[in-house]
Design a protein around this ligand. Structure first.
Ligand code: MSP
Length: 653
């Protein structure tokens, strides 16, 4: 395997025929995340994106809107850039195919091709006549059998294709079958082209096995494009124009320094992220064109999956599009980035649902991560005066190298699930070690220091590892930890970077729960319901209150089976009944509010469930040592019992 020293990653350049949709955001967020993960490791990474602005389709849309074509392109390109800004996409270069440096680069590549010879010695470019069905939206010719009948419709756009006959320049793709097969077969080896996932690689090899057809690289009837110098009444095929962006953006026209560094050099990874719709162009046409022109071809491509809704393709006609701007308006950039990368497996199709979005937001972000951060920091504020405590022994919750390896493999869901396993472990540690109990005992002070330091370091490491996906949240956690907000680097991945004694900053809520915000107005007017968590307690020894409990929280409640041995009404009360219960190892008196539903004598012999570790209390002056579980149905108590025999004292969990 060739050692890589520079890391170029590209997104497809998006058509400006419409404003960006969630599929565009998906690819761009994935690319930004991988690039950030690489920068985090100190790698020389470069992210390239942009807009594809030529072609018949765009020319037509601008005409329909009554706007000059260039002006129309300017408007839509600006919307793409603005969305990327809103989504915190940190690209190094935004290329537009109407830029002069692009046009010059395309013409330079064309100049090389027109002179080029194929492996079999024939000219790589030749003149021929093309007759076939053309879909102006795909900007591609279609085979007769691909069309939907009646009406010769494009199977993707469901619009009529046009019968087109013209004299074109052709590229002799057929002469590159052997070379392509070999390069793809070599994968990540020298001179190879690695295509992932494997199913897509096999798909490309399958296409080659069926035989590759030469394709035309000029168009007679299109005006909005780059004229062919040898035939100024033709423009270069929009896909030839568009694919060239990957090198023109780097300064190929002038042999620029970035082109040398990120594309031409031996140690350059030239990596394209693409959708499955554009596989043929990127995995066959583009490598072969470059090989013919004597320019290094890409060496890595990853084909992402499709976002669907109710299993259907997103389309304006169906009305099921997902507007990325609206998502950012509502939730902010981090949750959108997180959800898109966490919910599906990158490389496979997956279905977007609003419920899943809200569910993940509330459980993963508001509850798991948000609570961990606020609990850890609150405890340091309360028990250590807001200063980082002394370091203790290290408790490993996550292996940064494994998370980074998952990012590098485009396994975003895998990277995030490793980080969330760490979040869960730390939340569990808080429950099992009960720092609020330790805080009451001066002898436990050193243990509490160690635990709190480790929690803070855990939070810090988690924020660094999640930074490629949620750069804003990572910055806010850094700020709360009293650290400068800057781009993290390799040194930040080491445990123990927090300086004991340094002050934390104010705690800010990270991810407020969604339904609370939505219901806030309504709730203000109603009485607080029991599902609303109480406000944080102020006394020193109480734990910060999470919205949901961990299994370890639940385990603190000791539920046991018990047999009622005697029962009588509590005098002066309509509701209360005094029970004597047998817990196997001990007998107890428990008072229960079930007298209106059960006559005392019917209770004797019943097997019930008792909360055995409840602090004793007096009800109407009668001592109660535990609590009986019952449901309340229309104000009537229904006792919780067993559907098979269990010995008294059996633990219920
Ligand atoms: N302009 C060409 C690409 C030229 S690259 C040299 C183009 N543009 S596009 O605007 O149609 O964007 C296509 C890309 O957007 C897909 O390859 C894919 O990355 C992304 N997606 C568009 N819709 C998508 C989904 N519904 N789901 C996931 N990604 C999708 O083709």
């Amino acid at each position: 395997m060739t050692e890589r020293r520079t890391w170029l990653l590209t997104t497809p350049i998006y058509y400006v025929n419409d404003v960006p949709h969630v599929g565009h955001a998906y690819t761009t967020i994935a690319a930004d995340t991988l690039t950030r993960a690489r920068r985090l490791q100190g790698k020389d990474a470069f992210l390239l994106t942009g807009t594809d602005e030529h072609g018949q389709n765009i020319e037509r849309i601008a005409r329909e809107k009554g706007v000059p074509t260039q002006q129309y392109c300017d408007q839509i390109a600006a919307v793409f850039r603005q969305l990327w800004d809103r989504l915190d996409i940190r690209y190094d270069r935004f290329i537009r195919t109407t830029e002069d440096v692009h046009v010059r680069g395309v013409l330079k590549l064309w100049g090389g091709l027109i002179e080029a010879k194929c492996p079999d010695g024939r000219d790589a470019i030749y003149k021929g006549t093309y007759a076939g069905w053309y879909c102006p939206r795909c900007e591609a010719f279609k085979d007769e059998e691909e069309l939907k009948q009646p009406g010769n419709l494009c199977s993707i756009h469901e619009r009529p294709c046009e019968w087109t006959e013209e004299e074109n320049f052709f590229f002799r793709l057929s002469a590159y079958e052997g070379w392509l097969r070999e390069a793809i077969g070599k994968g990540s080896g020298p001179g190879g082209l690695r295509i992932d996932p494997a199913a897509r690689r096999n798909e490309v090899l399958g296409i080659i096995d069926q035989g590759l057809k030469d394709f035309s690289v000029s168009r007679a009837r299109v005006k909005w494009g780059i004229p062919v110098p040898q035939r100024p009444d033709h423009v270069l095929y929009v896909w030839f124009d568009a694919l060239s962006n990957y090198i023109t953006a780097l300064g190929y026209a002038d042999d620029g320094a970035q082109y040398e560094k990120y594309w031409a050099s031996d140690g350059a990874e030239r990596f394209h992220l693409i959708g499955k719709d554009i596989l043929r162009f990127h995995c066959l046409y583009w490598p072969a064109l470059l090989q013919a022109a004597g320019v290094p071809p890409p060496n890595r491509e990853f084909v992402q999956g499709w976002i669907t809704r109710e299993g259907r393709k997103l389309s304006k006609t169906t009305g099921n599009v997902i507007d990325p701007q609206a998502l950012v308006d509502r939730y902010g950039p981090d949750p959108v980035r997180y959800f898109l990368l966490r919910e599906g497996t990158y490389g496979q199709d997956w279905d977007f649902t609003d419920q899943a979005f809200v569910g993940r937001y509330n459980s993963d972000l508001a509850n798991d991560l948000g609570n961990l951060v606020s609990r850890a920091l609150t405890m340091v504020q309360r028990y250590r005066d807001g200063k980082v405590p002394p370091r203790g022994a290290r408790f490993d919750v996550v292996e940064p190298a494994n998370v980074l390896a998952s990012y590098e493999a485009l396994d975003f869901a895998g990277a995030l699930s490793q980080v969330w396993a760490a979040v869960t472990k730390l939340n569990q540690r808080i429950v099992t070690h009960a720092p609020w109990e330790m805080a009451k005992d001066p002898h436990q002070s050193a243990r509490l220091d160690a635990l709190l330091y480790d929690l803070l370091e855990g939070v810090r490491l988690i924020s660094i590892l999640v930074q490629p996906v949620m750069p804003r949240a990572a910055g806010r956690i850094a700020r709360m930890l009293g650290l400068p907000e800057r781009d993290p680097g390799p040194g930040d991945l080491e445990w123990g970077r927090l300086e004991p004694g340094s002050p934390l900053a104010a705690i800010e809520p990270l991810f407020p729960r969604i339904e609370k915000a939505a219901n806030a107005a309504a709730k203000e007017k109603t009485v607080p319901d029991s599902s609303t968590p109480p406000p944080p307690a102020t006394e020193a020894a109480s734990p910060p209150m999470p919205d949901r409990i961990d299994i370890a929280d639940f385990a603190k409640i000791e539920l046991r089976a018990a047999i009622v041995t005697a029962a009588e009404k509590v005098e002066g009360s309509k509701k209360l009944v005094k029970l004597q219960v047998d817990l196997g190892t001990e007998k107890r008196q428990v008072v229960a509010g079930i007298a209106e539903s059960y006559a005392p004598e019917t209770l004797v012999g019943k097997k019930v469930v008792i909360v055995a570790n409840l602090k004793p209390a007096k009800l109407m002056g009668v001592e109660s040592n535990g609590m009986v579980l019952a449901a309340s149905v229309d104000g009537k108590a229904v006792l919780c019992t067993f559907d098979a025999d269990v010995p008294p004292g059996a633990r219920v969990k």
